[in-house]
Design a protein. Structure first.
Length: 164
């Protein structure tokens, strides 16, 4: 049986991974260590938001940071991440009693890139709070059931959860 403290540690890491932007960040970091600015530019989100997400991931023990002058380089924690996973995967997060396998993007190109951008389409301009219609704001803030919430999170990067 799993100890309470171990279950709590694993739950903290899963909570950090369970947010779509953080899944995208993790996907980028499995490929190489990157600076905050690089990640921000690649994913198309403001640097202040990127810093927040990386801070949450760092506190959970998912990533490590190292200062290089004024810049901060982020890496997936090598104590829990291994790039040696099943074929066609980017790697495995081994949390002890739980393993997360990060699948590589499919070869047929049916997966969408972050923020809806594709290689052929230009990036859509960011919408400000004032430019979003009121009804869309209401729908955006609608609470999902637990299973809908989980399905949305898992589908973002095609994660496969496997218990040890």
């Amino acid at each position: 049986m799993i100890e309470y403290q171990e279950a709590r540690r694993i739950a903290g890491i899963l909570a950090a991974v369970g947010e779509p932007t953080r899944m995208l960040i993790l996907h980028q970091l499995t490929q190489s260590s990157q600076y905050v600015g690089q990640l921000s530019e690649q994913l198309g989100i403001p640097m202040v938001n990127m810093s927040h997400h990386l801070g949450v991931m760092r506190q959970a023990g998912l990533v490590e940071d190292s200062k290089q002058g004024r810049r901060v380089l982020y890496t997936v924690n090598p104590e829990i991440f291994s790039s040696q996973g099943p074929q066609d995967s980017l790697g495995v997060l081994d949390l002890g009693h739980v393993r997360l396998i990060l699948n590589a993007p499919s070869a047929n190109g049916d997966s969408e890139s972050p923020k809806g951008k594709t290689e052929d389409q230009p990036a859509q301009p960011r919408r400000t709070a004032k430019s979003i219609p009121r009804e869309e704001k209401k729908n955006r803030n609608k609470r999902l059931s637990g299973s809908e919430h989980l399905q949305n999170r898992v589908a973002m990067l095609n994660w496969v959860f496997r218990a040890c």
